[in-house]
Design a protein around this ligand. Structure first.
Ligand code: UD1
Length: 376
């Protein structure tokens, strides 16, 4: 006799999708093996709708082969309280109808904390993938999301050693914590061969900068602390415009940043602003870049995995392994520091870096090994 065990996998915003993909694929692959051990493994995907534009959401499902969500909550944008509350209300209805045994959340976005809190209050177990990361900066909405989610999760899957230390320090019982590697790097390793295929064609705006044989940089910026106020963004922008005198810079612009750049009247010769790009375009652009300049969390890890130097325009990082052994420079927001790291990289003296332990493409399988143990 097999017994049903139902896992609800939550995806909400762009950085979630590349983390959900390998977990969904591993769940699909485990169905038969689970049946042999008496478990009728079932799973559903819930998309909260935190990100909804085609180029912020649909393109990732299509390119990464993520199954179509079983439920779409369509919450859209709003203030933090509005968005978090709307997700909780809609997700509670889903949980009451579907009654899964386990909810799996990934990353640190508002959907992550909203869904874990809703599940926990209904007595549904929660697993957090990418647990334990800490910037120790409670001014970041993501840090609040990470700490709250970890505080109530039953199973905590960790990407790097610092995460294990942070969770132990916070008193999380060790039997709940698992160092499994990085599911986002699973996706990267699975897809890097696709962009090397001669059949692969980047989109025209990406090819115009990255596909013509010369050196170039890639820029992303979207942290509220960097882009929401002119006094913060203008000096950063000035430093990047200076770097762009040495190499052309491709800038796929997040919707919140585009509005601010226009409102502040910023202009940068050598910085080519394009719409947000899909996963494969971005991987192609980053893999061939001479340097990446960013304030993203995920790109710090992806550049380290690819051996591409990265300048991170933040005062802190929750991913210290990328600085300690990877290719990441944590410069803060001072223009001189951004310029000095960029010059070092462009002179060929940049960090070479090594790939952190367990970032080997098998993190999702390790997670499934643990989940199946707990399903019994
Ligand atoms: C969210 C995450 C952040 C992550 C980032 C990646 C939180 C607290 N923040 O920030 O951790 O690094 O996603 O992108 O969860 N918008 C669109 N189309 C969309 C989505 C958003 O135009 O599909 C615009 C809306 O004007 C919205 C704004 O972008 O108000 C911000 O979106 P939101 O999801 O609130 O936060 P992000 O800045 O994207």
């Amino acid at each position: 006799m097999t017994r049903p065990y139902t896992i609800c996998l939550v995806a909400g915003a762009r950085p979630n999708f590349m983390k959900v993909a390998p977990i969904a694929h591993a769940l699909q692959a485990r169905k038969n093996a689970a049946g042999l051990t008496g478990i009728d493994l079932r799973f559903s995907i819930v998309h909260t709708g935190q990100h909804y534009d085609v180029n912020m959401s649909d393109v990732f499902f299509r390119e990464l082969g993520i199954p179509t969500p079983d439920r779409h909550l369509e919450v859209g944008s709003g203030s933090h309280a509005e968005q978090t509350a709307r997700i909780m209300i809609a997700f509670e209805k889903v949980l009451l109808e579907d009654r899964p045994d386990l909810v799996v959340v990934v990353g640190d976005v508002n959907s992550t904390v909203a869904c874990s809190l809703t599940a926990k209050k209904l007595g549904v177990r929660v697993a957090h993938v990418e647990a334990g990361l800490r910037s120790f900066d409670m001014g970041m909405p993501e840090e609040i999301n990470r700490k709250l989610t970890d505080a109530i999760s039953d199973l905590l899957f960790v990407t790097e050693e610092s995460g294990m230390r942070n969770l132990r320090t916070e008193g999380v019982p060790v039997e709940r914590i698992f160092l499994v590697g990085n599911v986002m790097i699973d996706t990267l390793l699975r897809n890097v061969t696709r962009i090397e295929d001669p059949e692969f064609a980047p989109s025209d705006p990406v090819r115009a900068i990255c596909g013509i044989g010369g050196r170039y940089g890639v820029l992303t910026l979207h942290r509220p602390s960097n882009v929401d106020h002119r006094e913060a963004l203008a000096p950063i922008w000035g430093a990047i415009a200076e770097v762009a005198r040495q190499v052309p810079i491709l800038f796929p612009v997040h919707p919140r940043t585009r509005g601010k750049i226009a409102a502040f009247g910023l202009d940068g010769t050598g910085i080519t602003m394009i719409e947000p790009v899909g996963y494969l375009d971005m991987l192609y652009a980053v893999k061939g870049a001479a340097l990446v300049i960013t304030d993203s969390g995920g790109l710090q890890e992806e550049t380290t995995a690819l051996g591409v130097p990265c300048v991170t325009i933040r005062e802190n990082t929750e991913r210290p392994v990328t600085v300690d052994i990877g290719t990441n420079y944590l410069t803060g927001t001072r223009p001189e520091a951004i310029l000095s790291a960029s010059r070092e990289i462009l002179s060929g003296e940049g960090k070479k870096g090594v790939v952190p332990p367990l970032w080997d493409g098998h993190a999702a399988e390790r997670i499934l090994d643990v989940l199946m143990r707990f399903a019994k």
